[in-house]
Design a protein around this ligand. Structure first.
Ligand SMILES: Cc1ncc(COP(=O)(O)O)c(C=O)c1O
Length: 302
């Protein structure tokens, strides 16, 4: 395991290790623009793959593999796709690992919200299946940003010894050692069970907030917004009625002091931009949530 300064650094190092010498990395589109920025900064080309209600399209990835021999790695957010919140289906997980093994790709798994699953059985990371079945190599990227605080800048990458050594070598050039006192403090929180207790409490509170936001939005904006209630994670993906421009709505909300990222902000190919919002629920207490919904109602284009 390589401990990093946030998972952002881990994504950068994963690209350096997996797409050495200017290869390409396939990414979910829509997806996580900060990962694309890290990959490009690491010298990789970024290629988008469409996503549907079961996650990344394996058929499209397969087609891309035939067209683009430069692909070295694929980035996925299988637990809850960022930004649409869907979970990568079981069949697709196997197919993805199989495709990666067949082409010699590294799978970069960004498991940024691993601790937040509210319904059903926990979904294991792809890395667990890959380790068990010996299918291809996965760089598993985790973060404490959602569990503790983004300001801590603590993330990690777990990979084969070869990939880990390459990531460590790339990291040495910019950062000779981690934040040891911070890491020791967090290790203490883990060892004495405090982090586990915190996670349990956070899950309880965030589940209630998810349900509160879903109910309130259905009541106040049900004619304009629709969502599938996510089984976990920290945000809702809200589809905006076709005759309302989500981008315009987001700009009008911003003018009133409410930041709601809209579909265009997550699209690599503008043609894949969805008429939608990603609205976080975890950080809002009931009073703040009521205020956010009031601002959304006021900002709605007529
Ligand atoms: C998709 C995704 N990956 C990773 C992260 C965490 O980044 P970091 O660990 O650098 O704070 C986030 C946080 O917003 C995220 O949304």
């Amino acid at each position: 395991m390589l401990i990093t300064r946030g998972s952002q650094m881990a994504l950068f190092l994963a690209a350096r290790a997996a797409a050495d010498g200017g290869g390409a990395i396939a990414v979910e589109d829509p997806g996580y623009p900060l990962a694309w920025a890290a990959f490009r900064a690491a010298g990789a080309r970024v290629v988008g793959v469409p996503v549907d209600e079961d996650g990344i399209s394996i058929a499209a990835l397969d087609g891309l593999a035939r067209r683009d021999p430069g692909i070295r790695a694929v980035l996925v957010t299988p637990h809850h796709h960022y930004p649409t919140t869907v979970t990568l289906g079981a069949g697709r997980r196997l197919a993805l690992l199989g495709l990666a093994a067949a082409h010699g790709w590294t799978v970069i798994e960004d498991d940024y919200d691993h601790d937040y699953r509210y319904e059903g059985r926990p979904v294991l990371p792809l890395a667990a299946a890959a380790a068990g079945g010996g299918t291809g190599s996965v760089i598993y990227v985790g973060s404490l940003s959602k569990l503790l605080a983004p300001g801590l800048r603590l993330g990690y990458a777990i990979a084969t010894p070869g990939l880990t050594a390459r990531m460590a070598a790339a990291r040495e050039a910019i950062d000779r050692q981690g934040d040891v006192p911070l890491e020791a403090a967090v290790a203490e929180l883990i060892a004495d069970g405090e982090l586990r207790r915190h996670a349990r409490k956070a899950r309880r509170i965030y589940l209630a907030r998810r349900d509160l936001l879903v109910t309130a939005l259905a009541h106040d904006l049900g004619d304009a917004l629709a969502c599938d209630v996510p089984a976990g994670g920290l945000a809702l993906w809200l589809r905006v009625r076709a005759d309302i421009d989500a981008g315009l709505w987001a700009r009008r909300a911003q003018q009133r002091g409410l930041a709601v990222p809209h579909g265009g902000a997550f699209a690599l190919d503008p043609a894949r931009a969805r008429n939608a919002f990603r609205l976080g629920f975890a950080a809002l207490d009931p009073g703040e949530m009521a205020r956010a919904i009031r601002l959304l109602c006021e900002a709605k284009p007529r």
